[in-house]
Design a binder for this molecule. Structure first.
Ligand code: FAD
Length: 401
C-alpha cells in the first residue's frame, strides 16, 4: 500500500535539506529520498566558498540575500557552521585579466554589489602572502566561506527536528503521472503517493527530469579538490583566480582547501573516475605559484566531485508547466552552495504560496522548453496566472485539512 506524503524531495544534498527544513517549518511533512548519504555528492565535495562576486548578474539578487542569510545561519540552525565573512579576492596576473575584471566589477557595482578593484599594493595590505605574479584583484568584502558539511548537516538536523523524514540509501527510480500530473514516486524500497515532487538531485537532475518526460541541457563536469595539513593562520579571505583556474581558502582548523581546473579533467577518467596523480599536483603547482609560502605543506587528501553544469550556467528553479506537481531546484553549475539558504526559502515560498519574495523568473524551465528563445513565464510573481494554475498552494491545503 503506497504511503501518502505531502511532498517528496529527491536528493539529500544541501538544497534538498534546506528545502525540507523550510517546508517543515511551514508545517508540511516532507519525505527526502537520498540514494547515498546526506551531503554525499557535490554538497560534501565543495570548497565552501559563499560569494556574490563573479556571478551571472541574474543570480545576484539571490546571492545577495543568501549571503545576508548566511550571517544568521548559526542562529537559525542552532549550531556553528564556521562561517567566515572576510571577503573574496579574485587575482589577476596580466593587463588583459585586469581589464576584463575592471569591466566586470563595474557591471556588478551597477546593480548594488559592494565590490572594488585593488592594485597590487592594496592586495598585499589585505593578504601579504600573495606571490609576485599578482598585479591586482577584485575584492568583495561581504563574500566569504563556510564549512559545507556543517551547513548541510545543520539543515538536515533541523528539518528532522521539525518533522521531515529522510530515506537514506534509497533510490528514486520513477515518478508516477496521471494525465501529466504527479501522483507518486517509486523508490527501490517503496512507493509514495504524492502530488508534489522536488527535483533536488544535483547532477542527476537531468535523469530525474527524464522520469517525467522532460529534459535539461545539463552535463556533469568533473572538478577536483585537495586539502593540506593544518598550518598557522595566514589569511581569512576566499581566494579566486580571474579566469577561474583555482579557488580556495584556509579553513578554521588551519588546513588549506584548494580546487581548480587544469583542462584535462574530461580526458583522464578511468571507469568514470579521474586519475588523481595528475590533477592534484597540477592544482598544487598553480597554488604555489600564487602562494609560495605554502610550498612545503603536505597534502592530506584529494577528491573529485561532479558539477551539474547547465548550458547557460544558471540553475533551473520553479514549477514545470508541462507536469503539474514537478518542481525544479537543480543545475547550480558549480556555485550553488552560496545560494543554499535562499533557495531553501524560495522553493518553500513557491510551494506554500505560489509566489516568491525574490523573482525566480529568470531560472524557469521554460527558457529551454520554448525552443531556446529564453522566454520565461512569470514564476513566483504574485500576479502570475500561468503558475497559479499548476501550483498546489500548500498553505491553503494545510488550512483545509
Ligand atoms: C569540487 C567542487 C567544488 C565546489 N565548490 C563550490 C564552492 O566553493 N562554492 C559554491 O557555492 N559551490 C561549489 N560547488 C557547487 C556546490 O557543491 C553545488 O552547487 C551544491 O552542493 C549543489 O547542491 P545540491 O543539493 O543541488 O546537489 P548535491 O549535493 O549533489 O545533492 C544531490 C543529491 O541527490 C541525490 N540523488 C540523485 N539522484 C537520486 C535519486 N534518483 N534518488 C535519490 N537520491 C538521488 C544524490 O545522491 C545527491 O546527494 C562545488 C562543487 C564541486 C563538485
Amino acid at each position: 500500500m503506497p504511503e501518502k506524503v505531502d511532498v517528496v524531495i529527491v536528493g539529500g544534498g544541501v538544497m534538498g535539506c534546506a528545502i525540507a527544513c523550510n517546508l517543515a517549518k511551514e508545517g508540511l511533512k516532507p519525505a527526502v529520498v537520498e540514494k547515498s548519504d546526506i551531503g554525499g555528492e557535490a554538497s560534501g565535495a565543495n570548497g565552501g566558498g559563499v560569494r556574490q562576486s563573479a556571478r551571472n548578474l541574474k543570480e545576484m539578487p539571490l546571492a545577495m540575500e543568501s549571503i545576508r542569510m548566511y550571517g544568521d545561519l548559526h542562529e537559525e540552525l542552532g549550531m556553528d557552521v564556521e562561517y567566515v565573512r572576510k571577503g573574496n579576492l579574485r587575482l589577476c596576473t596580466s593587463e588583459e585579466e585586469l581589464e576584463t575584471m575592471r569591466l566586470s566589477v563595474e557591471n556588478q557595482k551597477a546593480i548594488g554589489l559592494d565590490l572594488e578593484m585593488l592594485n597590487r599594493k592594496q592586495v598585499l595590505e589585505i593578504n601579504p602572502h600573495i606571490g609576485e605574479k599578482v598585479l591586482g584583484a577584485s575584492f568583495c568584502p561581504t563574500d566569504g566561506h563556510v564549512n559545507p558539511f556543517l551547513v548541510t548537516y545543520g539543515f538536515f538536523k533541523k528539518a528532522k527536528r521539525l518533522g521531515a523524514r529522510f530515506f537514506i540509501h534509497e533510490v528514486v527510480k520513477d515518478i508516477r503521472l496521471r494525465k501529466s500530473r504527479v501522483t507518486g514516486v517509486e523508490t527501490d524500497k517503496r512507493t509514495f503517493e504524492t502530488d508534489l515532487v522536488v527535483n533536488a538531485a544535483g547532477v542527476a537532475g537531468r535523469k530525474v527530469a527524464n522520469m517525467v518526460g522532460l529534459d535539461l541541457p545539463m552535463r556533469p563536469v568533473f572538478s577536483e579538490a585537495l586539502i593540506t595539513e593544518p598550518y598557522a593562520p595566514l589569511f581569512k579571505q576566499m581566494i579566486g583566480h580571474a579566469k577561474g583556474l583555482f579557488y580556495g581558502r584556509q579553513t578554521v582548523h588551519g588546513s588549506f582547501f584548494w580546487g581548480g581546473f587544469v583542462g584535462t579533467e574530461q580526458f583522464i577518467h578511468r571507469e568514470g573516475k579521474p586519475l588523481f596523480h595528475y590533477i592534484g599536483p597540477a592544482i598544487s603547482q598553480m597554488v604555489i605559484d600564487y602562494f609560495p609560502v605554502l610550498k612545503n605543506l603536505n597534502l592530506i587528501r584529494m577528491w573529485s566531485g561532479l558539477i551539474a553544469q547547465m548550458s547557460d550556467g544558471l540553475p533551473v528553479l520553479g514549477f514545470s508547466e508541462e507536469v503539474p506537481g514537478f518542481v525544479f531546484a537543480t543545475g547550480f553549475s558549480g556555485h550553488g552552495f552560496g545560494l543554499a539558504p535562499v533557495i531553501g526559502r524560495l522553493i518553500s515560498e513557491l510551494i506554500m504560496d505560489c509566489q516568491t519574495s525574490i523573482s525566480i523568473t529568470d531560472f524557469c524551465y521554460g527558457r529551454f522548453s520554448k525552443g531556446g528563445d529564453k522566454e520565461c513565464s512569470c514564476q513566483g510573481n504574485a500576479a502570475c496566472t500561468t503558475v497559479t494554475a499548476v501550483c498546489p498552494n500548500k498553505r491553503e491545503w494545510l488550512k483545509s485539512i
